[in-house]
Design a protein around this ligand. Structure first.
Ligand code: AMP
Ligand code: GLY
Length: 460
């Protein structure tokens, strides 16, 4: 019998546990403190969704939480249901049959796929609150060319760019051969599972990559390619929750995308994260808010785009100024695993405020402590990796919250089922204190081929 140590199990909520639920909801106005009973459906099944499920399950406003499809971690916070988040009709039927009042969308694909629009279309589900934008809003992530044009139109600082099309490959190749300044960044326009961005150091490489992309390397996602000026600096992620009128800024984070220590090797979904990154001070956040967040929200409004959800702004600090690298229309993974543990507010109350367009009444309360997370990955990731390896040692961990990502249970045994297997999150007075705990517990959990970066935070 294995023991799945979960942040949502009752033992984890013991009074001396560092992750006991926060008793003090931070909304300031009376009406919203009224307890309401709500059935919530959370879509997704990774570490981000376990962090969401962990936080949602702490709210007295949530009487029933379903996670579709979820993972063994989310199963300890609510009920997993075998639902494909990208099957709009199945989501609609589930919502209807189970009296769901709120759908929280974890990943981007269902949003780009129009889950918001689908539920809104039917009278039977049009009243259901969806935390996540409409298909039109999701284009900020679903099309890099759309996002670049949006930033250009609203004067939001970002790298200069040009667009090229599969119908006219010669102009793309000639630009790269003769005019482009090196290094140069090539981005498939559509979703490409985090693999659609290539930074090219020389012209031959750029020409070859462009030919492959326009030739269908990422299917229809690379029939259009954005070519972007290379920006040099340190990256960080800002998370905004908006009700379409006002917005709130959530805890800032920095993730570590490369597989290898010292930020080397292939890009991954993210190998670890730190919140807050010490180099993001109040002066920088003021610039981000004035130059980027306010014009983004105003732009969405001006375009009459329905947007009630998260905006994840990937930023790069060039000198002392922030530039947008990308928009995502969801929370980050593994950034959520450090942002939510630092958020003191009741998350469901925040979602209710989004639904009711009264987010301006809310005060965000952040834990003063730092949070870090370390991803345990399957050996071989982000390339090919084996699955089904038995996971042990969770009962040897102490003081961390273990969010499941690529895990499943076979009988009573927890086994690996994905590239990123678990996120080991800890809180500490400083990020170094938190990292010491995450590192110790990352070492205690065992599975064949386990890999993790021992240098998260090395550059801070
Ligand atoms: P994206 O999918 O747009 O976030 O890009 C993936 C990664 O590529 C980013 O996190 C950056 O590290 C890098 N990147 C993207 N665009 C640029 C750029 N214009 N300059 C430098 N690095 C970039
Ligand atoms: N960690 C980066 C992302 O979620 O896109």
């Amino acid at each position: 019998m294995i023991f799945i140590k979960s942040p949502c199990s009752s033992y984890c909520f013991s009074s001396n546990h560092i992750f006991a639920p926060f008793a003090n909801p931070c909304l300031t106005v009376g009406r919203q403190n009224r307890k309401s009973s709500m059935k919530i459906l959370l879509l997704g099944g990774g570490g981000r969704e376990h962090a969401f499920a962990w936080k949602i399950s702490q709210s007295p406003h949530c009487t029933k939480l379903y996670i579709g499809p979820g993972n063994p971690g989310t199963a300890t916070c609510g009920e997993n249901v075998p639902l494909d988040p990208e099957d709009n009709a199945a989501v609609h039927d589930f919502v209807l049959e189970n009296g769901i009042q709120m759908v929280v969308v974890g990943p981007e694909a269902p949003l780009v796929n129009g889950v918001w629009n689908y539920l809104r279309k039917f009278r039977s589900t049009s009243h259901v609150a969806v935390i996540g934008p409409s298909m039109q809003g999701a284009k900020l992530e679903g099309s890099k060319a759309y996002a670049k044009k949006f930033m250009q139109d609203f004067n939001i600082p970002t790298a200069g760019y040009r667009e090229f099309f599969a119908t006219r490959p010669a102009s793309a190749l000639s630009f790269l051969k003769k005019k482009a300044t090196l290094p140069i960044v090539l981005k498939a326009d559509g979703l490409a599972a985090g693999k659609g961005v290539v930074i090219c150091q020389d012209r031959d490489e750029a020409v070859a990559e462009m030919a492959e992309m326009l030739g269908g390397k990422f299917g229809s996602s690379s029939r259009k390619v954005v070519v972007e000026e290379f920006l040099s600096g340190i990256e960080f992620s800002v998370f905004v929750l908006t009700d379409g009128d006002s917005y709130k800024i959530l805890p800032v984070a920095k993730d570590y995308k490369r597989i290898g220590e010292g930020d080397t090797g292939l890009n991954t979904g993210g190998m670890g994260a730190v919140s807050p990154p010490p180099f993001v001070d109040a002066v920088m956040m003021k610039k981000v808010e004035e130059r980027i967040i306010k014009p983004t929200i105003a732009g969405l409004k001006q375009r009459k785009i329905e947007y009630q959800g998260f905006i994840f702004i990937g930023l790069i600090k060039v000198g002392d100024d922030p530039f947008v690298i990308e928009y995502n229309v969801r929370m980050g993974d593994p950034e959520t695993e450090v942002a939510l543990p630092r958020l003191k507010n009741d998350l469901v109350e925040l979602f209710m405020a989004v639904r009711d367009r009264r987010l301006s009444e809310v005060k965000i309360e952040e834990d003063e402590r730092a949070a870090t997370t370390i991803i345990l990955a399957s050996g071989g990731y982000p390339g090919n990796f084996p699955k089904g390896k038995a996971i042990t040692g969770l009962d040897k961990t102490e003081g961390s919250i273990i969010f499941h990502a690529g895990t499943k249970t076979v009988g009573n045994q927890l086994v690996t089922s994905g590239g990123r297997v678990m996120a080991v999150t800890s809180l500490g007075k400083t990020f170094r204190d938190a990292l010491a705990v995450s590192n110790k517990n990352a070492a205690a959990i065992q599975f064949e081929g386990k890999y993790f970066r021992g240098d998260i935070g090395f550059d801070l």
